[in-house]
Design a binder for this molecule. Structure first.
Ligand code: RFL
Ligand code: PHB
Length: 390
């Protein structure tokens, strides 16, 4: 079997790249480890930058997003028992973000791919990229007990943090940077109206909390927890009590409780691998970098990488020029590192660290106070939150 680009991984990066390439007639095959139902049941990100919306639209997957997404023009920071609104739109010349679940983004892209009759091979195991340092790369995998091979021009490693593509690069050719944080986020989904019409990021002596949503009837909440916490010890009752204790009274009073239908703990990590190109293999999205979710940047960075790689592949196939592919790693990483910085900074400012001394605590309080009272500082947060320009 032969195609132009083999895409490993059918998460948002792989699907979006596949649909964009389809708009210029470039053939792709997606190899995905899990089955279709599993893929469509994952709950993750919720905040999309305008640049991500534009790219989804360009890929032909923007219609439902425009009809059902919730545009947000502000967020609130909560500390000292008060809410402080950051007016994203006023501080950025009218920009906003869209609240729309990653689960829905994935579904829209899968629908689009299926409608176009493009190939995705689910439950492909033992996927392995080969020959990407030469002119004739190929990928092998096992499906239903049979080993298969696809020859291609390029391999896009869109297979997430635990994927095989980054792991296939010789150790001496790649450099990684990492920071692990000493806590996790316990997240729930519940069929209850959100506490507020905008997101609330709370710094409280008991730990961070976040009020988010998926729709006017569905809420997404998170509380900072210990990394060794057992999910079984977090009953719904305990979760709701803890959430309300960490919010200012005016917000806590508006929390509507109900049974959760999803509950999980995620560790927080910053990670970057460099470069993003190894001959004819490209790393994209979580396969190359991870940010803590505090800045709402992971999915948006995946879309940012896809945009630059799409430009490079378009230049290669349409104009017969390798320049865009050669520029991919540098262009993408410049944007990645700024989002890594922003996500790290939001994480440091909003969480309680187990080993914080009094000095560090007072610095964190001064930072929050400065942030909400300085137009320049608020504008810097807003500019990053809505997404830096391309
Ligand atoms: P994904 O989504 O991990 O998809 C990778 C796909 O590759 C498949 N795969 C393989 N396939 C074949 N062979 C192999 N060997 C394979 N190994 C893996 C996997 O099954 C999977 O289908 O990576 P992608 O596409 O780069 O997308 C990245 C985003 O999913 C991620 O950055 C975001 O979810 C991060 N994130 C957030 N991002 C935002 O922009 N805004 C947010 O508000 C936000 N909130 C979050 C988040 C992530 C969270 N968690 C759980 C990590 C909140 C949370 C709690
Ligand atoms: C979410 O709705 O899941 C969400 C929103 C904002 C974040 C992280 C996650 O910063």
């Amino acid at each position: 079997m032969r195609t132009q680009v083999v895409i490993v991984g059918s998460g948002p990066s792989g699907l979006l790249l596949g649909q964009l390439l389809a708009t210029i007639g470039v053939a792709t095959v997606i190899l995905e480890r899990v089955d279709r139902d599993h893929l469509l049941s994952r709950v993750r990100a919720g905040v999309l930058e305008q640049g991500t919306l534009e790219l989804l639209d360009e890929a032909g997957a923007g219609a439902r997003l425009k009809a059902e997404g919730l545009p947000h023009e502000g967020i609130s920071l909560a500390f000292d028992d008060r809410l402080h609104r950051i007016d994203l739109a006023a501080l950025t010349g009218g920009k906003h973000v869209m609240v729309y679940g990653q689960t829905e983004v994935t579904r829209d892209l899968v629908d689009q791919r299926e409608a176009a009759g493009l190939t995705t091979i689910y439950q492909a195991s033992h996927v392995e990229p080969h020959g990407f340092d030469g002119e004739a790369p190929y990928v092998t995998f096992e499906k239903d007990g049979v080993i298969k091979r696809i020859d291609c021009d390029f391999i896009a490693g869109c297979d997430g943090f635990h994927g095989i593509c980054r792991a296939s690069v010789p150790a001496g050719a790649i450099r990684t940077y990492e920071r692990a944080y000493p806590f996790g986020w316990l997240g729930i989904l519940a069929e209850v109206p959100p506490a507020d019409h905008e997101l609330i990021y709370a710094n409280h002596p008991r730990g961070f909390a976040l009020c988010s949503m998926r729709s006017a009837r569905r809420s997404r909440y998170y509380v900072q927890c210990r990394l060794d916490d057992d999910i079984g010890d977090w009953s719904d009752g305990r979760f709701w009590d803890e959430l309300r204790r960490r919010l200012p009274p005016e917000a806590a009073a508006k929390v509507v409780t109900g049974p959760s239908f999803e509950k999980s703990i995620a560790p927080l990590r910053s990670f970057v691998a460099e470069p993003l190109r190894f001959g004819r293999l490209f790393l994209v999205g979580d396969a190359a970098h991870i940010v803590p979710p505090t800045g709402a940047k992971g999915l948006n960075l995946a879309a940012s990488d896809v945009r630059y790689l799409f430009w490079g592949l378009r230049e290669f196939y349409r104009d017969k020029s390798p320049a865009g592919l050669e520029a991919y790693s540098g262009r993408a990483l410049a944007r990645v590192w700024k989002a890594v910085r922003f996500s790290w900074w939001m994480t440091m400012m909003l969480h309680r660290f187990p080993d914080t001394d009094d000095f560090a605590q007072r610095i964190q309080e001064a930072e929050l106070d400065y942030l909400v009272h300085s137009q320049a500082a608020s504008a810097a947060l807003a500019e990053n939150y809505v997404g830096l320009p391309y």
